[in-house]
Design a binder for this molecule. Structure first.
Ligand SMILES: C[S@@+](CC[C@H](N)C(=O)[O-])C[C@H]1O[C@@H](n2cnc3c(N)ncnc32)[C@H](O)[C@@H]1O
Length: 371
């Protein structure tokens, strides 16, 4: 989740001065409506490659040229360009359109820490499943229709987490960074379509990564994304101890926006702890409910609003104290919370040696030659 800080920034930028004088009572409605269309225009621009095509051009491009470059229907491109210009996503008019430099990073460069395109796509894709609210409100459970676009939406949203892990968190964890540089064993629990493990494998060529997820389709996609067949990276279908056992013990375990959606959280965390080496490190990425004194801040409001999306998934956000207690119960200690901004936290913990001694037998602890 969800560079909310950034989304708030973009929406306020692109919609500023929209509330005309004399429209006071309705200004909230028009801003909300413009926010809705901004989310969709940004998502469509990314989905059909228009923003990416504009980001590659130095000069303005006409709608015919954009349509040809992207293989799209020109009248659809024209209407999108006018909407996107009006919303402040792009600039231009009759003689062509351009994507200003500051918006290239925000909307078209997924490797930039300022990139927010994925958050817009997350919101748009999740809204495609909101038809399931009928069942949720009437029967209390929405079932599979609530999750049809969840995998794709999550893949879009967590791009930012992965960049933030590299650029925000690792500089604060010098020891983990040097272990990754030297060659570490890493498990990505709930790896989804593999984005974190693959990004990390590119950044740390001496380390090995095992991604585990119960979602067979996600693992199929992740394996396909490992196009060069990099043997340092492997993806396995699974969720618990058995799938973590054979390639551990691990120096680092990552749970990126996984825990909130897991039914037996304590059990999973204990399994992860047993798969770690004595000096292993756990990193959990989660959105956290803001304390009451910060409830009026935009990121806190968005986390609270997003509660309806999480409820539809049968989940909810953690409170900080709750996650802290859960990690202690599972045998972790030295828990540190890092606020990455926009509602996302990285929570870093070490293995409690007393828990380590009392519960052997999780991972096969054979001596390793490559440490
Ligand atoms: C929001 S996605 C995050 C994917 C990935 N960590 C990332 O950063 O892109 C959550 C993932 O957790 C997986 N998951 C759910 N329950 C799990 C469990 N018990 N053990 C492992 N993974 C689980 C889901 O299948 C899904 O792929």
């Amino acid at each position: 989740m969800r560079g909310f800080k950034g989304i708030v920034f973009v929406l306020s930028r692109v919609n500023r001065n929209r509330s005309a004088l004399g429209e006071k009572g309705l200004s909230g409605v028009s801003n909300a409506s413009l926010g809705f269309y901004t989310v969709w225009a940004a998502h469509l621009g990314r989905r059909y490659g228009i923003l990416q095509a504009l980001s590659r051009r130095k000069r303005r491009a006409g709608t015919g040229a954009i349509a040809r470059a992207c293989g799209l229907h020109e009248p659809a491109v024209r209407v999108w360009c006018e909407a996107a210009r009006s919303l402040g996503l792009i600039e231009g008019g009759g003689d062509g359109y351009r994507l200003p430099a500051d918006r290239r990073a925000l909307l078209a460069n997924p490797d930039d820490v300022r990139f927010l395109g994925g958050q817009f796509s997350y919101l748009a894709l999740r809204s495609l499943d909101f038809g399931a609210f009928d069942a949720f409100f009437r029967r209390g459970e929405a079932g599979a229709p609530a999750r049809r676009h969840l995998r794709e939406a999550s893949e879009e949203a967590t791009r930012w987490d992965h960049t933030s892990f590299l650029e925000f968190l690792l500089p604060r964890m010098a020891d983990v960074r040097s272990r990754l540089r030297a060659g570490a064993r890493v498990v990505d629990v709930g790896c989804g379509t593999g984005g974190w493990a693959l990004t990390m494998a590119r950044a740390f060529p001496r380390s090995r990564f095992t991604g585990i997820d119960p979602d067979r389709e996600a693992i199929r996609i992740a394996t396909g994304r490992n196009a060069g067949g990099d043997r340092r990276v492997r993806f396995l279908v699974g969720s618990g101890a058995a799938s973590m056992r054979d390639s551990g013990p691990y120096d680092l375990a990552y749970l990126g926006e996984v825990l909130y959606g897991v039914k037996d959280k304590l059990r999973l965390l204990r399994q992860v702890r047993r798969s770690l080496a004595r000096d292993g490190v756990l990193v959990v990425a989660e959105g956290l409910v803001a304390p009451a004194r910060r409830a009026a801040e935009p990121a806190a409001q968005l986390v609270a609003a997003m509660g309806i999306d999480f409820a539809l998934q049968g989940a909810r956000f953690f409170r900080r104290s709750e996650l802290d207690a859960l990690l202690a119960d599972a045998g972790f200690r030295r828990v540190k919370f890092h606020d990455a901004g926009g509602g996302l936290w990285f929570v870093v913990a070490g293995v409690d040696p007393s828990a380590f001694g009392s519960e052997r037998g999780g991972a096969a602890r054979t001596p390793r030659g490559d440490r």
